[in-house]
Design a protein around this ligand. Structure first.
Ligand code: GLN
Ligand code: ZN
Length: 758
């Protein structure tokens, strides 16, 4: 074992996504739950063994979940919404996540600034909490049976309360005493397991700007929990940012250890002097749990040496910066990747070895290392040098272009542009359009796959896509939509499609990361300078335009979204990478307008996802994110109308930023909340045009004409008709044609009726 090595948590879906497939089979009623349990057992064993084999000292239990750890915590406390109370066991558990015929599923939302989504527990003042520790206890014992004494991971009470919602809208912290009492019961049970049990309590909420009420709860909470039993060693672990305010307080509680992220929370270095004065063990997150790059071992050793200038070396544990849940499993399945690039990467299993090697070097002198370890260190050095110097990464032309950017803004002020656009485009008030994608049918998915695998030649593939576009265009004409789209049949994913055509982008074969439940995503990665060798969408869009006299809207993904949905190189500031992408998109905008496309939509679906966790850092992000959105359309002529789309409903905090992006038209997701969310646009005197989604595309339900008429009228109470566009909430790719056709017909009909009354 490598002394003092720690892993915050390990992914659980399985390196071949075994858990995903087992769950989906069970949900489809093609297997029993015991099959799922069997798979789970194998996976847990395998994952523990990976960590054991790498020599990790602190391995987790209860980092496993059939769906989500927040939900598990809710179940542990018996914080189960009333509508599921009559159900039992796995039936209840999965009804909570997926809904059933009588009850809607619980809400899901993003876990901090990651792409993982957790289930939001619903609390009510009437709740009766009681302990249900079965899962936690049995997982600990399961590891024990394999001869492993592991730590137990749980989500901390303050994070749990901070992320829950109250059914009556009240403050979740009002339930603090009730919830904490059950946590104390839980610790009582855990204390019975062994004479010394390590308990990792995750409190990532401590990395946010905390309200004083929450800050004031830290000391009483951890005084209490740490005093439950001398058998428990508590490690409070934070990640994704610094937690300086909470650190100060935690040092005055009788916990055993504190976990800090030294990669994404630079300010944590400021806490070192204080930590040194305490007797606390420091779990030092130095191996990146959020990115896929090979660790630079020498750099990590430097970080640790800097930490050791203050904190006694024997009190330091070498750790991942957060749970490895956020990176893929293992490079061993990446058979097709360019070996040069593959040699720069490290997934979960490889990171275990890094942690272990770093600890060996840090705690022993180089002389004491085994030849094997010396070789690994040498290989690591070489890989890092190769990455620094590789031609694949450095493109002088791109660098010169970036440093020569003289114009970030497009020509003309909005007021002037919109006049020119309206004169040219001649659209009516309440112009109708869609967000871009139309149903992804089994046929087009199949054609794309066959083409990719080389079983379908380019010509036949293109014909298939064109056929879809033909149908899509003629449906839109027939239905009376005014601004048309081509339907995006050629795209499997709004980021991957562009990534594949940009230089500097890499793709994995098996780099799956859990997004929620059984769902995984395979983010592309940016390894080098980005450029666009040739047009990416022009052929498709111009083909679609050739099929109609109406205006065909070009469809692109924006730089900030491309960045936020990729693994990004860590040898360059994100804001610089984003600039490079923006230039690539800008080239595409220019080619589209030169090809006669008059409206271009640049989607920024993930704009909000990139927001920093700390308010102090928001301005900086907004500045470059807005800058690069604008840069990506900076070549647009005044009369080219630029649209953008954002998949959100909440704009109150960022309305000034949205306005600063200066898109001529923005479409947003508001259908589920009437005109409430639009009010902020009116309140700030937002000038540009807005397309608030008039029906929810996330459900198969077909909205009636009357209901859309009502919705449009309520929008008109907030903004004048000249400023409004009418469209669905988001893209239609996940819907079926049978749902889309009548829904859009009703939408167009509703607009017609409303126009008659105006
Ligand atoms: N144009 C994309 C589509 O319609 C936008 C999707 C999104 O914003 N998520 O699918
Ligand atoms: Zn959307």
């Amino acid at each position: 074992m490598s002394k003092n090595t720690y892993v915050v948590g390990f992914p659980r879906i399985g390196e071949q996504r075994e858990l995903k497939f087992a769950l989906e089979k069970y949900w489809a009623k093609k297997s029993s739950f015991s099959e799922v349990e069997k798979v789970a057992k194998t996976l847990k064993q395998r994952h523990w063994n990976y960590q054991k084999d790498a020599g990790i000292e602190y391995i987790s239990t209860n980092d496993f979940s059939f769906y989500d750890n927040m939900l598990d915590m809710a179940v542990t406390l018996n914080a189960v919404p009333k509508r599921f109370a009559h159900l039992q066991g796995e039936e209840r558990y999965f009804a909570m996540t997926r809904g059933n015929k009588d009850a809607v599923a619980m809400e899901m939302t993003k876990w901090f600034n990651t792409n993982y989504h957790y289930i939001v527990p619903e609390l009510s003042l009437e709740d009766e909490y009681k302990l249900n520790a079965d899962k936690i206890i049995s997982e600990y014992k399961e590891a024990k049976e394999q001869g492993l004494t592991c730590k137990i991971n749980i989500i901390g009470p303050l994070t749990f309360l901070g992320l829950c919602k109250r059914v009556d809208g009240g403050d979740t912290y009002e339930l603090y005493s009730k919830v904490l009492a059950v946590y104390e019961d839980l610790l009582q049970e855990i204390a019975k397991l062994d004479e010394s049990v390590t308990l990792q309590i995750d409190e990532p909420i401590f990395v946010k700007d905390l309200e004083t009420t929450v800050l004031s709860l830290i000391k009483p909470t951890y005084d209490k929990l740490a005093n439950v039993s001398k058998n428990i060693k508590i490690a409070v672990v934070t990640y994704f940012e610094h937690s300086c305010e909470a650190t100060k307080i935690l040092l005055h509680t009788p916990i055993w250890a504190l976990g800090l992220d030294f990669l994404y929370g630079q300010e944590n270095f400021d806490s070192l002097k204080l930590i040194a004065k305490s007797d606390k063990t420091l779990i030092a997150g130095v191996v990146d749990g959020r990115n896929i790059w090979k660790n630079d071992i020498e750099k990590s050793i430097n970080i640790l040496n800097n930490i050791a200038l203050h904190v006694n070396k024997n009190n330091i544990l070498v750790s991942s910066s957060c749970s490895l849940l956020h990176v893929p499993f293992s490079l061993k399945y990446e058979e097709k990747m360019d070996p040069e690039i593959k040699n720069w990467l490290s997934y979960g299993v490889e990171k275990l070895d890094e942690i272990s090697l770093i600890s060996k070097i840090f705690f022993h002198s180089k002389e004491a290392l085994h030849v094997n370890d010396l070789e690994r260190l040498e290989a690591n050095k070489k890989a890092n040098i190769s990455r620094k110097t590789s031609k694949l990464i450095h493109d002088e032309e791109v660098q010169a272009r970036v440093s020569g950017i003289s114009q970030y803004e497009r020509e003309g002020k909005y007021e002037q542009r919109i006049q020119l656009q309206k004169a040219k485009l001649q659209y009516l008030p309440l112009a109708t359009t869609t967000i871009g994608s139309f149903p992804q049918t089994p046929e087009i998915r199949h054609a794309r796959r066959e083409y990719k695998n080389g079983n379908l030649d380019e010509k036949s593939y293109k014909n298939e896509m064109k056929k879809y576009i033909d149908d899509c265009v003629s449906f839109q004409e027939e239905c009376g939509l005014e601004i048309l789209v081509h339907g995006e049949p050629e795209r499997n994913d709004m980021v991957e499609y562009f990534g594949e055509q940009l230089q500097g982008y890499g793709f994995s074969q098996n780099g799956w990361v859990q997004s929620y439940g059984s769902r995984c995503v395979k983010p592309p990665f940016i390894y080098g300078d980005i450029s666009r060798p040739k047009p990416m969408t022009v052929d498709w869009i111009t083909y679609a335009q050739s099929k109609t006299d109406k205006i065909m809207k070009g469809m692109l993904t924006g730089p900030v979204t491309i960045l936020n949905w990729s693994f990004v190189r860590d040898d360059m500031e994100r804001s610089e990478v984003s600039k490079q992408i923006a230039l690539g998109i800008c080239d595409e905008v220019d080619d589209l307008q030169k090809a006669g496309i008059k409206i271009i939509q640049v989607d920024e679906a993930a704009f909000k996802e990139g927001y920093p966790l700390r308010k102090a850092k928001v301005q900086e992000y907004e500045d470059w994110a807005v800058r690069d959105f604008k840069l990506s359309v900076s070549c647009a002529k005044q009369e080219t109308q630029i649209h953008t789309h954002m998949c959100y409903s909440e704009f109150n905090d960022i309305i000034a930023t949205i306005e600063a992006m200066d898109a001529d038209v923005i479409s947003i997701e508001t259908a589920r909340s009437g005109n409430e969310l639009l009010k902020i646009f009116a309140k700030v005197g937002y000038k540009q045009e807005v397309g608030p989604g008039v029906y929810d595309i996330h459900s198969p339900r077909i909205p009636s004409v009357e209901e859309i008429v009502t919705q449009i009228h309520s929008l008109l109470e907030v903004l004048p008709k000249e400023q409004l566009w009418i469209n669905p909430d988001c893209g239609l790719k996940t819907r079926k044609w049978e749902e889309v056709k009548p829904s859009l017909k009703n939408m167009v009909e509703a607009v017609k009726l409303v126009r008659e009354t105006l």
